[in-house]
Design a protein around this ligand. Sequence first.
Ligand SMILES: [Zn+2]
Length: 69
Amino acid sequence: MRVQKKSHCPSCNEQSVFSGGGVNHWLHGILSVMTFGFWAVIWLYITFFSKRAKNYTCDTCGTTIMLTG
Ligand SMILES: [Zn+2]
């Protein structure tokens, strides 16, 4: 699920639209296979943690920041 949020971008130094809010399960699935399941532990941690703080990417410059909610 992609979410769009307005927030201050430290790179653009102005209010910008950020999109994100979802965990990239495809990427984590591939990493889990490559690390023989080890990454699945980190994946679960990220999935749990991302309920509080999520990665959002600035639509203007591509900077990734953490936003809550
Ligand atoms: Zn930006």
